[in-house]
Design a protein around this ligand. Structure first.
Ligand code: HEM
Length: 407
């Protein structure tokens, strides 16, 4: 008989029983208790945890909505209205889900701004960045699919416009479009597959998030100075320090999102989506959700359909290459006096693209979109690789403790 080698590590015998069979408790202790967080990590480092919580809330609220929603062109709109009017607290679950999507993007954009500004995408965290961009891409697809489900006017026409883009691809475009739609036009087959994919993709995202977070923990988190942790003096334990900080950040965020859900639940919604889908009536302006608007602006900035599609997909693809485009050894923009302002301008540029993406593509708006697109690609393809060649960076501190005190 095999000798019992069970170690009594914990006071609680149940925990010992689990730990011996699956050392998950020591794993959690190591990764979320003792995990050394750079002691200068600011509130920007709370957004990752916040995103994880939002993702879980989105999955749960989505499952509840799916229990009452009917993915059929004759019933989707009505079933959504039924959720709002007849299902107990259906309105709350729906507003949590729809506003949750908007806040998910607000937080993910802040998380990305942090990663770009402080150079968190650089060596040795490139894979972590690649997982992040993949998550972002899947989030956009999931959000677009979700937008089509209530089968309002914007749902129908956004689905029509976006799937039509594929027909711009030479030779195979039309076939790809029909394959995506499951029909020759947006219809019941389309709604069904969009629902199935909208249900499953968040679980794929969850899986990638697990890899993303595991990858962060391999080399530890970056910090505002971009200088790597050198001694234990540079860090504090995740528990309780970071957990308290994250809890405070999430509480403030919770108050803001609750205020929106209860007092302005349609602030970020499109009014036209409260009109049932009608293939015979095209809305005056077909607009995507605000968080996809920068890419919509890029798409429409080019007079040629194929050119617009290539630029739009290119603007997302280029993100994957950022760790190899920006070759500066200095991570944090705080020590890069020139590139810092170019990066801040890039954030403003993306914001402006989002604004014009929600406006008609004419006159000044079109001009702004074109200038915006030029700067977008200039930033990634010219400034990121070339600025390090001539930029005179500021003196980096030797260690985190050097700037933030040894205690
Ligand atoms: C569902 C979406 C996401 C979740 C749940 C998530 C979660 C996390 C968590 C928990 C961390 C560690 C804590 C922190 O640094 O804030 C982290 C770090 C990081 N994330 Fe995300 N993330 C998401 C999306 C993204 C996206 C879209 C990107 C970039 C395109 C990204 C890039 C990064 C990078 C570069 C780090 C390392 C940060 C550092 O060490 O300074 N993440 N993420």
């Amino acid at each position: 008989m095999k000798k019992n080698t069970e170690v009594k590590k914990y006071k609680n015998s149940f925990l010992n029983w689990i730990e011996y069979r699956l050392p998950i408790i020591s794993y959690l202790e190591r990764e979320y208790g003792d995990y050394p967080m750079p002691k200068n990590a600011n509130y920007f480092w709370s957004f990752g945890a916040m995103l994880t919580i939002i993702l879980v809330v989105m999955i749960f609220s989505g499952i509840f909505l799916a229990m009452y929603y009917t993915p059929h062109v004759d019933m989707a709109f009505e079933s959504t209205e039924r959720i709002m009017r007849d299902v107990s607290f259906g309105w709350l679950i729906r507003y949590i889900h729809s506003n949750g999507a908007s806040f998910f993007f607000i937080v993910v954009y802040l998380h990305m701004v942090r990663s770009i500004y402080y150079g968190s995408f650089k060596y040795p965290r490139e894979l972590n960045w690649l997982f992040g961009v993949t998550i972002y891409l899947l989030m956009m697809v999931t959000a677009f699919l979700g937008y089509t489900l209530p089968w309002g006017q914007m749902s129908y026409w956004a689905a029509t416009v976006i799937t039509n883009l594929f027909s711009a691809i030479p030779l195979v475009g039309e076939s790809i479009k029909i394959w995506l739609l499951g029909d020759y036009t947006v219809g019941n087959a389309t709604l069904n597959r969009f629902f199935a994919l909208h249900y499953v993709l968040p679980f794929v995202i969850l899986g990638i998030v697990a890899l993303h977070v595991a990858a962060v923990h391999v080399h530890g988190s970056n910090n505002p100075s971009g200088v790597e942790v050198k001694t234990p003096k540079d860090t504090v334990k995740f528990f309780p320090y970071m957990l308290i900080k994250d809890t405070l950040a999430f509480s403030v965020f919770g108050i803001i999102i609750s205020a929106v859900i209860f007092f302005g639940p349609n602030l970020m919604a499109e009014v036209d989506n409260y009109i049932p889908a009608d293939p015979m009536v095209t809305p005056a302006h077909i607009v995507p959700n605000w968080y996809l608007a920068p890419f919509y602006a890029i798409l429409r900035a080019v007079p040629d359909k194929l050119g617009g599609v290539v630029l739009m997909f290119g603007s997302i693809l280029v993100l994957f290459f950022l760790p190899w485009l920006d070759k500066s050894k200095i991570k944090s923009c705080s020590y890069r006096p020139v590139y810092k302002w170019m990066t801040i301008l890039f954030f403003a540029d993306f914001f402006i693209l989002g604004y014009v993406g929600l406006k008609p593509a004419v006159g000044t708006y079109l001009l702004m979109a074109r200038v915006g697109v030029i700067y977008y690609f200039l930033y990634f393809l010219v400034l990121a690789p070339l600025v390090p060649k001539f930029e005179k960076t500021s003196q980096l501190p030797d260690s985190i403790s050097d700037v933030y005190g040894a205690k």
